[in-house]
Design a protein around this ligand. Structure first.
Ligand code: MSK
Length: 678
């Protein structure tokens, strides 16, 4: 072993060893943390122990936007209780500084999602123009459905006859209009009109309908430059434009165009957790967010020629599993297994059984290169926007013009690496079954049937009180808090109280690992009303809607509920609330803000960088509600988080006049016993 590798493997003796049981509620994660300690490999869990977060940065009041600083303006007891005269060198107040920092997080998050969307739009257009043979139009129904949103005709008049247009010519026009959304300078993004009419009118009145995606993100960067926008309310207004450009354009187009290219998700079975890896197989993990290449790796890994090649190297076959949201993408469309969520990425390699980890963009820890160097794992970067400068990775660049060829090269690299395993292989046995793939189209079908797809049965059950309301629970893991714990507490509390849960991202994976994504889970975890509905329809009580960009599916599901009628005129009228109990990514801030600007009460856990600026915080947590109908909140305790979501849902039920119906459905002892017996 090279001395450098040996060094990497050593955890300094004096370093405090973490207690794995204190770090995660997931048994597979705990086992792998013990293996990491035995192998002497450092993980994010160790670093979270030894490195504390910056006490000023965490308050949101450190300004490093010019070289006269960084100006640090912590909120101390003195300012909190007396006169607050804190100022940066230029005179910037804590409110301006915290608002600027918050806005830059929105910009980064919106940029990440939207750049993902741009990449998809480019490949979509290449497929539509038949410039690549590897991608085709798979879901023609969805293409025709979204064509209307872009003002693209799906039929053409020939004489007296109205004829269907060629599907690829529709796709070219849709692709060009979609790609144009990034560089548009004026007007409105096309999808703004998808929102309920009342929401669209409100955005218009407030002047926050995004003009073009790139423009709104760039404008945040300009306004938050030294000496520009010095009014936190005005900065938040631009946050709303940029975040809406993410949710209702960049992310939503990523979702839609991926559906057209790869198929719209419908319920499908899958498996999750590190136990999906197999010791006697070549194990390949795809990790990140963009499904463009991983879709091709799915094809290459199932190619009989590749499987035969793996056999020649002594393996019994090939396991392709996912990590983070690339995992969610190939899970919801193909039922491919998931190895784990964000905090499990290093641990997958520590099993000693991963022959290649293939990464695209976002949520990829730089330390993967160090961990991979301790084992035989090839870490393969594939995207020109995401390289790792460790000298320990391979770069095989994805190009849509020869995507399948790239994918085959990657799979072959993994197979060739199978005989090189050198560490003890230990794969935890934990894996769970799940039913996933609830696009808003699938929910429509499940509730109403093929010919009469409709959200009306859902609305009826909310109105009659069997379902108390809707909870969106999404977002990351965070090494500052116990892995998966808050996710599961919030979801279980909501289910117990008859709140149906829509989920994406790493929360969806936490739920999958805990067995919450099966129809059978309804009888175990739900109150009687929700259990009855799930039983009747045959759905899990937690509906896995996809990846981070697929939070746009939740926006559309909420819109469909409004349009089905009986629950008000706007998203802000619905008995619904959202949360991200273990968030960590800037994308989460952009998601949180587009939900708030769409009218949703949105609670974040762990921390929010606003505590050092009480006036700005009050604006986000209270003032905004009077303007956009949604608001932010920060609650660390997951039980309290669920309680406040339910209280908000009940307040909305009362405002809609449907609280009485609910009262008749309250559980009595007999109901509880029936639930237990089941
Ligand atoms: S992967 S952004 S840790 S949800 Fe989308 Fe999970 Fe958050 Fe990454």
């Amino acid at each position: 072993m090279a001395p450098e590798e040996a060094k990497l493997k050593v955890i300094e003796k004096e370093k405090k060893q973490i207690k794995p049981e204190d770090k995660s509620v997931d048994p597979a994660t705990i086992k792998m943390l013990y293996k990491a300690q035995a192998d002497g490999v450092e993980t994010i869990f160790d670093r979270a122990e030894t490195m504390k977060a910056c006490a000023i940065g965490i308050q949101g009041t450190c300004c490093k936007n010019c070289s006269q600083g960084p100006c640090r303006l912590p909120l101390t007891k003195k300012e909190a209780e007396g006169e607050d005269s804190r100022k940066g060198l230029c005179g910037a107040t804590p409110e301006t500084i915290a608002a600027r920092n918050f806005a830059r997080m929105v910009a980064a998050g919106a940029a990440a999602h939207s750049d993902h969307g741009r990449g998809v739009a480019e490949v979509f257009l290449a497929a539509a123009r038949k410039e690549t043979k590897d991608y085709t139009i798979k879901d023609e129904t969805k293409l025709k459905a979204i064509a209307g949103d872009f003002g693209v005709a799906t039929t053409v008049k020939e004489g007296d006859e109205e004829k269907e247009r060629d599907i690829y010519s529709i796709a070219v026009e849709v692709g060009e209009k979609a790609l144009g959304e990034w560089g548009k300078q004026e007007g409105e993004i096309y999808y703004a009109r998808r929102a309920p009419q009342a929401r669209y009118e409100l955005w218009k009145k407030l002047g926050i309908i995004p003009r073009g995606i790139d423009r709104e993100i760039v404008e945040i960067m300009h306004r938050t430059h030294m000496g520009v926008d010095q009014d936190y309310e005005n900065i938040v207004k631009q946050c709303s434009r940029a975040a809406l450009a993410d949710g209702w354009a960049g992310s939503m187009m990523a979702t839609d165009l991926q559906d057209v290219l790869f198929g719209t998700p419908y319920p499908i079975r899958g498996q999750i957790n590190l136990g999906v890896l197999k010791e006697d197989h070549v194990n390949i993990i795809v990790h990140g967010h963009e499904p463009l290449l991983s879709e091709m790796i799915v094809v290459a890994a199932q190619d009989p020629e590749m499987i035969e090649y793996a056999r020649t190297k002594g393996a019994k076959g090939i396991v392709l599993a996912g990590m983070c949201c690339t995992a969610n993408e190939i899970l919801v469309r193909h039922g491919m297994p998931i190895a784990g969520n964000y905090l499990q990425q290093e641990l997958a390699i520590i099993t000693g059984a991963v022959d290649a980890m293939v990464v695209d963009v976002q949520c990829i820890m730089e330390n993967l290169a160090n961990v991979a160097a301790c084992y035989h794992t090839k870490l393969i970067t594939t995207n020109p926007r995401c390289k790792i400068a460790s000298g320990k990775t391979i770069h095989i660049e994805f190009d849509e013009h020869h995507a399948l060829e790239d994918a085959r090269k990657i799979v072959k690299t993994a197979i060739d690496n199978f005989p090189n395993r050198r560490a003890e292989v230990l794969i935890p046995k934990e894996k769970e079954m799940m039913v996933v793939g609830f696009s808003y189209e699938a929910i429509n079908y499940h509730l109403g049937g093929t010919f009469r797809g409709s959200y009306t049965p859902l609305n009826d059950n909310i109105i009659n009180g069997r379902i108390r309301g809707i909870g969106g629970v999404v977002g990351c893991n965070n090494a500052r808090t116990m892995h998966d714990s808050a996710h599961l507490i919030v979801v279980k509390e909501l289910l117990k109280n008859d709140v149906i849960v829509l989920t994406t991202g790493c929360n969806a994976m936490a739920c999958g690992k805990a067995g919450l994504l099966t129809p059978e889970a309804a009888r175990v975890y739900c109150g009687p009303g929700l259990a009855e509905v799930c039983d009747a329809v045959g759905i899990p009580p937690v509906l896995h809607m996809g990846s981070c960009v697929d939070n746009s599916r939740i926006l559309m599901a909420a819109t469909e509920v409004v349009k089905a009628g009986g629950l008000g005129n706007d998203i802000s009228d619905l008995p619904a609330a959202g949360c991200a109990p273990e968030w960590m990514s800037e994308k989460a801030i952009s998601i949180g803000h587009y939900f708030v600007a769409s009218g949703v009460y949105t609670i974040f856990g762990v921390t929010l960088p606003v505590e050092g600026a009480p006036v700005f915080k009050d604006y986000l947590f209270n003032g905004l509600e009077k303007i956009v109908g949604g608001k932010w909140d920060l609650i660390e305790d997951p039980y309290e988080m669920a309680r406040k979501m339910i209280a908000h849902i009940d307040a909305k039920r009362k405002a809609l006049g449907i609280d009485k119906a609910r009262e008749r459905k309250l559980m009595d002892m007999a109901d509880r016993q029936k639930l237990k017996a089941a």
